[in-house]
Design a protein. Structure first.
Length: 157
């Protein structure tokens, strides 16, 4: 595999930059595609024109509280879609509510992380994702083309 591909679904530009900068500071440079909400994420995941260049993400990191389609709604759509239901999703949220954690785990998320703990836990998250990308064997359709940009920004009309 050339690079781990992460779809970061985050509406807060500052939070997205903290994550991107934190990964770089840790020496971790996966291919990251950004979407600002669940609708943009789904458009990217379902767009046949984006697939040849970006491939299918290996991991999705999603916020919960976003406009248009929140992270829990995105999870429900992912799990109901036969082509996307196996997506590996981590929730990265500002919500510490038990009801949100339960709802996320009911949709088979791989983990639920709090943004309040992000600065402290970013080195561990980085190691987790780097290790995941280096040891897990993915099917060929999930491989990313060599020479892809390290960050792809979703701009949808």
């Amino acid at each position: 595999m050339d690079a781990l591909h992460i779809l970061l679904v985050e509406d807060d530009e500052i939070d997205a930059e903290v994550i991107l900068r934190g990964f770089r500071c840790q020496g971790f440079e996966p291919l990251i595609t950004l979407a600002q909400n669940g609708l943009e994420a789904l458009a990217l995941l379902r767009d046949p024109l984006a697939r040849p260049h970006l491939g299918h993400p290996h991991v999705i990191l999603t916020d919960i509280n976003m406009p248009l389609m929140n992270g829990l709604e995105l999870l429900q759509v992912l799990r109901d879609d036969p082509n996307l239901r196996r997506s590996v999703v981590f929730v990265l949220s500002g919500s510490a509510l038990e009801v949100d954690r339960r709802a996320a785990y009911a949709q088979q998320v791989a983990g639920y992380l709090l943004k309040a703990d992000l600065e402290q836990n970013l080195p561990q998250l980085t190691r987790l994702l780097a290790c995941y990308g280096s040891i897990v064997q993915f099917p060929a359709e999930l491989n990313v083309q060599t020479g892809a940009p390290s960050v792809a920004v979703a701009v949808l009309a």
